[in-house]
Design a protein around this ligand. Structure first.
Ligand code: C2E
Ligand code: CA
Ligand code: CA
Length: 430
């Protein structure tokens, strides 16, 4: 069945176009968190027409813009009906034509204000294919929407000629992974590698992720292991009429029995918890390939000096590091962490190398820093690798002053008397 633009316009005017809602779920605990509004044509006789049969026609003209605004308004009305129950954000699809629409963000803001709704409750979905060839105006468009307090999702990522390069420059909040990237069981090794990289990439750019078209438990299991934020698909729920959706919101039940969050944690999620814990103690972590003379540095805020590139040549890092040390410590630092020496140490069975130096902070003050190198074995090659953990040591001046004062109180100085003062201070732990 094909419809003309006039048929569709007619349906719109007669309010035969309605919004269905498909819930989106937290991938870890199965709780409903948000939904997507999807248009349906509900004919007078009750038959439901899929957007597949009329959206492509509507997209041929500005008719699609009227449909999108209409669905956005229906979504607002649904949100208003949720006033007395948990309100979940709703994403609305906007065709690429809106990128050229004057004052789009202002219009959307007015719509939500009219219904007295916070702007975070509406998410703007724009399909990835809209981005090709439109880069400049798309960027301004997205920035204006976000400045007005709305979130932006990139739809159908992976369905067309996706460009990671381009997504990196788009300040979107959410990346929706297209169902075409998920095979039935996610059993293909290469497919898994591609998906894992996409999720890591999105999360490192601080984007949330939604997997679309999730139909099987196997897919869900794999998506959890990627730390995918939200799940949308038939496994949990199909798109449904407003009435049913409101019922779900009211009940607000998790799909599965809530499990202990740590048991359900994905490997990627636990990894980031672990890294946070490590950073609490070691604000600087460096991964080095000693054989290839390269490093990658992860630095946390509050580390004494941050004026260093995060990747590069290891030998240069050591020169740079030495130059930030107290003049008396430079030589020992440079010789201790000399690359050839480290490789020799590793080959002779040494497991760790440890050194305390005084390092100049960005604030012009020297602080004691402990640097520890742990040699590790690569899973993939014979290269010699090291992980370096750097820790700011507490300022010992006050402790030493207190010890000195006590020593000066001793009438007859002898080793035993001095030692007992030192032991007293050490056991007091101050
Ligand atoms: P979309 O935005 O990618 O929406 C997701 C589509 O995937 C929906 O199809 C949904 O019903 C379907 N889907 C969800 N879960 C599953 C699953 O587990 N398995 C499978 N096989 N499919 C699943 P729907 O509702 O037929 O919409 C088709 C497309 O029509 C949408 O794709 C969107 O591009 C467009 N569309 C729908 N409503 C609007 C609208 O209001 N405005 C605009 N511009 N486009 C719309
Ligand atoms: Ca969509
Ligand atoms: Ca989609």
């Amino acid at each position: 069945m094909t419809y003309t633009a006039d048929d569709i316009r007619n349906a719109l005017n007669k309010h035969e176009l309605v919004a269905y809602y498909q819930p989106q779920y937290d991938s870890i605990n199965g709780q409903m968190k948000s939904a997507e509004a999807l248009v349906r044509w509900k004919k007078a006789d009750g038959t439901i027409i899929s957007p597949f049969f009329f959206i492509p026609v509507a997209e041929g003209s500005d008719l699609i813009m009227d449909i999108d605004w209409y669905i956005a308004e229906l979504a607002c009305r649904t949100l208003v009906k949720q006033n007395l129950m948990p309100q979940f954000p709703i994403s609305v699809n906007f065709s690429r034509r809106h990128i050229q629409e004057a004052n789009f963000a202002e219009k959307l803001a007015n719509l939500l204000d009219q219904y007295d709704l916070p702007h975070v409750l509406l998410v703007v979905e724009i399909t990835e294919s809209a981005m090709i060839g439109n880069e400049e105006s798309l960027l301004d468009w997205i920035v204006s929407i976000r400045n007005a307090g709305f979130k932006v999702a990139i739809d159908d990522f992976g369905s067309g000629l996706s460009s990671l390069q381009f997504v990196k420059d788009i300040p979107a909040d959410v990346l929706k992974i297209d169902k075409s990237l998920l095979s039935h069981n996610c059993e293909d090794e290469k497919e898994r590698i591609v998906l894992e990289s996409i999720f890591t990439f999105a999360h490192r750019l601080n984007m949330k992720t939604v997997a679309e078209g999730v139909e099987t438990k196997e897919q869900l299991g794999f998506l959890r292991s990627c730390d995918c934020t939200r799940i949308q698909g038939y496994l949990y729920a199909r798109p449904m009429p407003e009435e049913d959706y409101l019922k779900l919101c009211y009940e607000h039940k998790a799909v599965e029995e809530a499990t202990d969050i740590l048991q359900a944690q994905s490997p990627a999620g636990t990894m980031s918890l672990l890294i946070n814990a490590i950073f609490r103690r070691y604000p600087l972590v460096i991964f080095t390939n000693l054989t290839r003379n390269s490093f990658y540095m992860m630095a946390y805020e509050n580390f004494t000096t941050t004026s260093c590139p995060s990747t590069g040549v290891f030998d240069e890092l050591i020169v740079h590091g030495a130059s930030s040390m107290h003049p008396e410590d430079r030589e020992i630092f440079a010789t201790t962490f000399n690359r050839e020496r480290l490789i020799k140490e590793y080959k002779s069975g040494t497991e760790t190398i440890r050194l305390i130096t005084r390092q100049l902070g960005d604030d012009g003050v020297y602080r004691r820093v402990e640097t520890v190198d742990y040699f590790v074995k690569s899973n993939y090659s014979d290269d010699v690798l090291a992980i370096t953990l750097c820790e700011n040591l507490p300022d010992e001046t006050e402790k030493i002053d207190a010890i000195e004062e006590d020593i000066r109180q001793i009438d007859t100085l002898n080793v035993d008397a001095v030692m007992s003062v030192i032991k007293k201070h050490l056991s007091a732990g101050n």
